[in-house]
Design a protein around this ligand. Structure first.
Ligand code: SMG
Ligand code: MG
Length: 369
């Protein structure tokens, strides 16, 4: 497939409600979109990097720079036959997996379209719908949190994740358990704790959480392994897993019992597949995380979550959990049983609303050979 040209765009989109995690609050998102022109057709993808280096060291600006100055010049004007060839063209570039993922996922969706397959089928997935959960940010009060959880349960979400941080953890989870003893519940700390907090985190064990996500720093696989030995609650790693190698190390060390795969974090679908397969071989379930994506990134996540070892509901909520109006048509809608149907159309599976994208664009640049 000859990549004729590429376009980068940064949009400004307001979340319906601010989303607060242990590293900060976000209200406006600045999705970085990539459009590749291949055989005269446009193919869209999304980079999951955030505005600042809080969730990861990559940002919208670093990803823009990497794509424009390093990644896209390697492929524009070139005939790239498959994903393996694409990955080899940029193998010498260290890190920047979110930037690479945007390119890899856009290219893969284009390959799927050319093969007359849905993205899910192209990736080897078989599900017709994926199970989804919802992630609830840090709120001013526990009562307010209970109310939000009640609303999400009424909407049909089957798994609730709450964000925690020191001072907003054991009491919160205890309060939720009192009101909702039976729901499928988990907590995500986004690295807000240290190993010295192990006795405190062990207090969460009595609430039967599905898992505790990313309690310690991303680089701390050894400490996560030590913490896991002291907790009954399974640890799930998110920020710590940037590659299949990280996943192998985490599994060998016993640093987690679950892995959150975000294709946009690990370099794309192919690396996600490698992590998926390693985890499956080790008997460890995976699930698909979310980065408050637009419908473009969401389509990628939905497709990936159709692979067999995605055995737990993902952070793949419906479009109306995030946006007044999503930039894809149709938007993602929650269906009975807390599931989202997998698009059947070839390629990405949803149409990008280019007029809306145009209105939301705050920066754009076309890159040709
Ligand atoms: O996309 O629904 C979503 C958000 C899910 O909680 C979520 N993501 O650490 O897993 C995580 C956070 C990162 C969000 S920061 C953009
Ligand atoms: Mg997380």
């Amino acid at each position: 497939m000859k990549i004729e040209a590429a376009e980068l765009r940064i949009l400004k989109m307001r979340l319906l409600k601010p989303f607060r995690t242990s590293f900060g609050e976000q209200q406006d998102r600045f999705p970085l979109l990539l459009r590749l022109e291949i055989d005269g057709r446009s193919h869209w993808g999304e980079c999951v990097a955030g505005e600042g280096p809080w969730y990861s060291s990559e940002t919208v600006e670093t990803a823009w720079l990497m794509l424009k100055d390093y990644l896209l010049p390697l492929v524009i004007g070139e005939d790239v036959p498959d994903v393996g060839a694409l990955e080899r063209t940029y193998a010498a570039i260290r890190g920047h997996r979110m930037a690479k993922a945007a390119l890899e996922m856009t290219f893969t969706a284009a390959l799927a379209e050319r093969s007359h397959k849905s993205l899910a089928a192209f990736l080897g997935g078989s599900r017709e719908r994926v199970e989804t959960g919802v992630s609830v940010g840090i709120q001013p009060t526990i009562d307010g949190t209970l109310e939000i959880i009640g609303r999400h349960l009424a909407e049909g979400y089957r798994r609730i994740k709450v964000k925690i941080e020191p001072g907003w953890d054991v009491q919160l989870v205890g309060g939720i358990r009192e009101r909702y003893p039976e729901i499928s519940l988990m907590a995500d700390a986004n690295s807000a704790y240290d190993l010295e907090d192990a006795p405190h985190l062990a207090e969460l064990d009595r609430f039967g959480l599905l898992m505790l996500e990313q309690p310690l720093s991303p680089g701390d696989l050894v400490d996560h392994a030590a913490l896991q030995r002291r907790l009954r609650t399974p640890i799930c790693l998110d920020e710590s897993i940037e590659s299949a190698r990280d996943a192998r190390h985490a599994l060998e060390l016993g640093a987690c019992r679950v892995i959150n795969i975000k294709p946009g974090r690990v370099g794309g679908f192919a690396e996600s597949r490698r992590i998926h397969d390693l985890a499956e071989a080790g008997g460890v379930p995976v699930w698909c995380g979310g980065m408050l994506e637009t419908g473009i990134g969401r389509a990628c996540n939905v497709a990936l979550a159709t692979l067999p070892n995605f055995r737990l509901p993902g952070d793949i909520s419906a479009s109306d959990r995030y946006w007044q109006e999503d930039i894809v048509d149709p938007p993602f809608v929650l269906q009975k049983g807390g599931t989202i149907p997998v698009p059947l159309r070839w390629g990405l599976g949803v149409r990008v609303k280019t007029d809306l994208v145009e209105r939301l664009t705050v920066r754009q640049e076309l890159i040709r050979a």
